[in-house]
Write a protein that binds this ligand. Structure first.
Ligand code: F6R
Length: 629
């Protein structure tokens, strides 16, 4: 999510800016941050070191704000340094919360990507020991702890201090640290977050991805899970969290700079589809306490009020509204609270019935969609409590809501939403389970089982992505289809709507999604010879024999000449007989199925649109954030 860059050059030749090994650290860091700018962020900062001097500048907002700060108040150009662009998770996007963060002595600086799950207990321990914190971030906890360990048990060795600290941390993190007492090095560690070393001649680099240093070197080493690396100008030394010498994966970067930003994919959309395992994983991260109970710290609405909620209205637009439809099925089933889902632009013009026991849940990737914002404001005026499910920290909708549940999908750059959708559904499940826990509607074991199934979803998405060639080749063969229909039922219905929307948006093909049961009430008249129909088939293990009902729907359209393409659960061999093509997705509880069944439909739309030569990242007529009503 955050962008990270680190650099160590050769002190001897540092006066010759531009010579290999003798670059000015500040220049390298700012260029790296500029390259990482595509990720989008809300604050940036750098720390440089030279001759025992540590210099830090950081600012909320764009990189240009830090540049202005450096111009106004020049800093040490340095031969060693670290730089960061922040995508806020813990603590809003302010100057104080921007990275780097310092230890108590002001001798050590740290930058961080990820979420330290146990930061509140570590922080409480440090506060009890007299440590004073400036920010609300989890990162500052790592900085303060690292400074303390460096001076005590690590005996002034930054690598050993890092090793001792990471063994106390839980969650996902890439950490980079510099210390004035060891001015020739940057020490970094990674768990569940990316970190790549760039190998230079008399200089070495670190980056959250290769785009951070692609202008300077193409020889790289990707760190493995749970490894620590120490870079100096001439050496790269890797150890495991256990202290044993280790190795990363060496590779050569043959992408151009723009492909590097896309992680080697041709488009941001493909990258973001592949980011989905991480988006779901990060959205789940840090939301259970040590006993496995859900703990949604950000949901700062008094428990008594949450218990008194008599009705939930989900408001959102487009893809986010389809995530809201999944939320309705899950929350009603788990919490027994009535849930309405409403397009935000319709909501406030229909005189909705709202009182102080109504909970409004807005869903928005950007947090800036004007229709959704106006609906939230209207609901607040009517006395409702408002919770925002949002991907953009510090954006307007969460700021104006009573509480927020952030999705941690990272910046979504392609205009059409993919990873934010899966993250929104994940957050909606968490909200539903949390309300069920609070209101005593489910047993602790039931909630724990569903959470365990949710934690298996990232691996299952990875499996679907690994088998993507089947859906891609179908998409390429269907590029001239004038119209495609999508059917689904229960939570498969919003998936069908999303599949159709993706195809409309990206490939400009007429596409419609229907509730499969609605077919016979009209839409079946559209079926003629050769009409492609995607069917999202419910699990055969689900309740209400929906599976057999949907299989009947498949037969009905086939009898009228449709070409049926099904997305079904692995092992559901019944559907083969009725499908021209079947995409199997791994087994999961029926309620969680949208997190898997959506993925082949995204890949289908993206591939088909690319085959037609369209720009999938910026489809015609669309804007990423719709800030007009
Ligand atoms: C579709 C898409 C849009 C957005 C909608 C809401 O791919 O991206 O339908 O979902 O405009 O945007 P946010 O979530 O930013 O409020």
């Amino acid at each position: 999510m955050c962008g990270i860059v680190g650099y160590v050059g050769s002190a001897a030749s540092s006066s010759v800016s531009g010579a290999a090994g003798g670059r000015v650290a500040l220049d390298v860091l700012l260029e790296g941050l500029r390259r990482l700018e595509y990720r989008g962020y809300d604050s940036a900062g750098v720390a440089t070191m030279s001759q025992g001097q540590l210099s830090v500048r950081k600012k909320a907002g764009k990189l240009s704000n830090v540049l202005a700060e450096i111009q106004a108040d020049p800093m040490v150009p340095g031969v060693v340094g670290i730089g960061h662009t922040r995508w806020a998770t813990h603590g809003g996007p302010t100057d104080v919360n921007a990275h780097p963060h310092l230890d108590a002595a002001g001798k050590l600086a740290v930058i961080h990507n990820g979420i330290i799950e146990n930061f509140s207990s570590l922080r409480a321990r440090l506060v009890a020991e007299g440590v004073v914190f400036e920010s609300q971030t989890d990162t500052e906890v790592a900085a303060k702890l690292l400074g303390r360990v460096f001076e005590t048990s690590a005996g002034g060795d930054l690598t050993e201090a890092m090793r001792q600290v990471v063994n106390q941390l839980e969650g996902a993190f890439t950490l980079l640290a510099v210390h004035v007492d060891q001015p020739d090095r940057v020490v970094a560690a990674r768990r569940n977050s990316p970190l790549v070393v760039g190998l230079g001649d008399g200089e070495n680099f670190l980056g959250s991805d290769v785009s951070a240093f692609i202008d300077f070197t193409r020889d790289a080493v990707e760190l493995e899970q749970d490894q620590i690396v120490t870079i100096t100008a001439d050496e790269v030394a890797i150890i495991g969290f256990d202290g044993v010498a280790a190795q990363g994966r060496q590779f050569y970067v043959d992408w151009d700079a723009s492909a590097a930003e896309k992680g080697g994919f041709a488009t941001f959309m493909e990258k973001e589809i592949h980011d989905q395992p991480k988006a779901v994983e990060d959205t789940l991260l840090g939301r259970t306490d040590e006993s496995g109970r859900l703990q949604l710290d950000e949901l700062r609405i008094p428990v008594a009020e949450l218990k008194a909620v008599s009705k939930i209205i989900v408001i959102a637009c487009g893809t986010a509204a389809y995530a809201g439809m999944v939320a309705k099925y899950a929350i009603e089933h788990w919490c027994r609270i009535p849930v309405e889902v409403e397009l935000a632009h319709e909501f406030r013009y229909r005189d909705p019935i709202i009182d102080d026991t109504t909970l409004i849940v807005s869903v928005s990737q950007s947090g800036e969609t004007m229709d959704t914002l106006m609906a939230v404001r209207y609901a607040k005026e009517q006395g409702a409590r408002t919770v925002s499910i949002c991907n953009t920290n510090g954006s307007t909708i969460p700021r104006e809501s009573d509480a927020v549940l952030y999705t941690h999908a990272g910046p979504e750059i392609a205009v059409a939403s993919t990873k934010a959708f899966l993250a929104q559904i994940t957050a909606a499940y968490l909200l539903g389970l949390y309300l069920a826990q609070l209101r005593g509607q489910m047993f602790t074991e039931q909630i724990r089982d569903i959470l365990a199934d949710l934690h298996k979803i990232p691996q299952k998405i990875t499996e679907i992505l690994a088998g993507a060639e089947q859906v891609k080749s179908l998409a390429r063969s269907m590029k001239d289809s004038p119209s495609v229909l999508f059917l689904g039922r229960h939570v498969g219905y919003p998936v069908a709507l999303e599949g159709a929307l993706k195809l409309k948006e990206l490939a400009y093909i007429h596409a419609e999604g229907f509730a499969a049961g609605e077919l016979k009430h009209g839409p079946i008249a559209l079926i003629e010879e050769g009409q492609p129909v995607f069917v999202v088939v419910p699990s055969p293990h689900g309740r209400h024999s929906l599976h057999s009902k949907v299989v009947s729907n498949i037969q009905e359209v086939r009898a009228r000449g449709a070409k049926t393409i099904t997305v079904a659960e692995a092992g559901d061999d019944d559907v083969r007989e009725y499908s021209e093509e079947v995409f199997f997705v791994p087994e999961t509880p029926p309620m969680l199925m949208p997190l898997l069944a959506t993925v082949p439909l995204q890949i289908f739309a993206c591939t088909l649109a690319s085959e037609k030569g369209y720009d999938v990242d910026q489809p015609r007529n669309l804007a990423k954030s719709v800030t007009v009503e």
